[in-house]
Design a protein around this ligand. Structure first.
Ligand code: 2NL
Length: 340
């Protein structure tokens, strides 16, 4: 048995020397030291030995076990250290590499224009107000003196939710809400989404954006309206812009006007873009608030008067940034939006 134990020791140490990974090492540990391992097998034969021999063989068996155990532990530590070193090399981080760029978002061009418009009027003492996109037919049409047979009231022009509720077709109902609730004097602007039953083309979208302003006080005249529009146009489009008022018709204002400004391309000299007129047409609509509209909101037209104006934000953004297709504003194509 002594020879067998020595032979086990020799072959164990021999095999351990050749091991290069932890798995194989564990296999060897089981093979020699495990419950069904070679040393255990030898110890099982001890019952056939004499009383004198047993402790001697037992001692040798323990010594062999310890030598093998030691060798395995030593190699285990070596292998672990070696693996750790290899991992450190494999996972080395190059701290001189440039970092990953973080993409930070920015305002949509439409929102930029809206905020710019709001800022111009806030600086003139206006308050910014908001209202719902789903409105009553009364606030959207009736209160604004829009006649019963007006084409914009048609089911084919407007998104109705019920007979009395619709997606607002302009931002004017927001001003109606304020006039019904707040006593004059009033200086407000409101901007937001509006909806019309339009097919999409280069300049039309069923959802678009409006910006409107309203002033109500005693002794407000057309002179106040013109002065405000002049200041606004020069602030947004530049000091050298000329402004002209053309008579127009809106049911909610009387008198009403449309406003043109100098052509953005040629600055008024006349070019193909403006058909040689020097004017960019229909930048905004405006007028003195109709007495019936004031009355509808509980404001006495004998005491108060006011002016109002409205413009299409999408059109202003398209002119300002040279965008020729309204779809680009709503498709959210990053290649387009990243340019602003
Ligand atoms: C346009 C023209 C306009 C108004 C909007 C208004 C609002 C109230 C009373 C009277 Cl509550 N008027 N708004 C007045 C004139 C023109 O918009 O071309 N918008 C895109």
């Amino acid at each position: 048995m002594k020879e067998r134990l020595n032979a086990i020791k020799e072959s164990a140490l021999n095999e351990i020397k050749k091991v290069t990974d932890l798995e194989k090492l564990e296999e060897l540990r089981v093979k020699f030291l495990g419950k069904k391992g070679e040393i255990t097998q030898v110890l099982r034969g001890m019952k056939d030995l004499s009383k004198e021999e047993r402790p001697i063989i037992g001692k040798i068996a323990n010594e062999v076990r310890e030598v093998i155990e030691d060798e395995i532990e030593k190699l285990k530590l070596d292998l672990k250290e070696k693996m750790q070193k290899e991992r450190l090399i494999a996972e080395r981080i190059d701290i001189s590499m440039p970092g990953k760029e973080k993409i930070i978002g920015h305002r949509h061009p439409l929102i930029s224009v809206m905020e710019e418009l709001e800022n111009v009027f806030m600086n003139m003492g206006f308050s910014v107000v908001q209202g719902p996109e789903i409105e009553t037919v009364y606030n959207n049409f009736d209160a604004l003196n829009s006649p019963e047979n007006h084409p914009s009231r048609d089911l084919s022009d407007t998104f109705y939710i019920t007979d009395d509720i619709l997606l607002r077709t302009h931002t004017s109902p927001v001003q109606i809400r304020v006039m019904k609730q707040v006593k004059p004097p009033l200086r407000i602007v409101s901007a937001g989404r509006t909806f019309r039953f339009d097919d999409v083309d280069d300049t039309h979208s069923p959802m678009f954006h409006q910006f409107e302003g309203l002033v109500i006080d005693k002794n407000i005249t057309m002179a106040n309206l013109k002065d405000t529009i002049y200041k606004f146009v020069r602030e947004i489009f530049g000091e050298d812009m000329k402004v002209r008022f053309r008579p127009h018709y809106f049911p909610f204002t009387e008198p009403s006007a449309e406003v043109d400004v100098s052509c953005f391309k040629c600055k008024g000299k006349g070019c193909p873009a403006c058909n040689g007129t020097g004017w960019s047409m229909e930048i905004l609509g405006c007028g003195m608030v109709h007495p019936k509209v004031l009355k509808n909101c509980g404001i006495d037209p004998e005491v108060y008067s006011g002016f109002a104006f409205g413009l299409g934000v999408d059109r202003i953004a398209m002119v300002k940034y040279g965008i020729n297709n309204i779809r680009l504003l709503f498709e959210n194509d990053m290649r387009f939006l990243e340019q602003f």
